[in-house]
Write a new protein. Structure first.
Length: 80
């Protein structure tokens, strides 16, 4: 949990930021999919809530594709 400080004339306010994210996100992930939320709280009262959304899609990868990617990157390192 992070704290943010907002300075106003003669007043000091503390806005609490509460992050809610799953421990694991399974693929596939679609662009625009809601992955979690950020809630802003002032003096114990919720003042705002924002969804955290996926910027782009991520396809599910197969074991074969994963092995192919590893070998491809490994051989490209050997060529340099």
């Amino acid at each position: 949990m992070k704290m943010a400080m907002l300075h106003l004339p003669m007043i000091l306010l503390y806005i609490e930021q509460q992050l809610e994210l799953p421990t694991v996100v399974s693929s596939p992930v679609e662009q625009g999919q809601v992955l979690g939320t950020v809630t802003y709280v002032l003096n114990g009262q919720e003042i705002g809530k924002v969804n955290i959304i996926a910027e782009k899609s991520v396809n599910k990868i197969s074991t074969f594709t994963m092995i192919e990617n590893i070998y491809s990157k490994w051989f490209s390192l050997l060529r340099t």
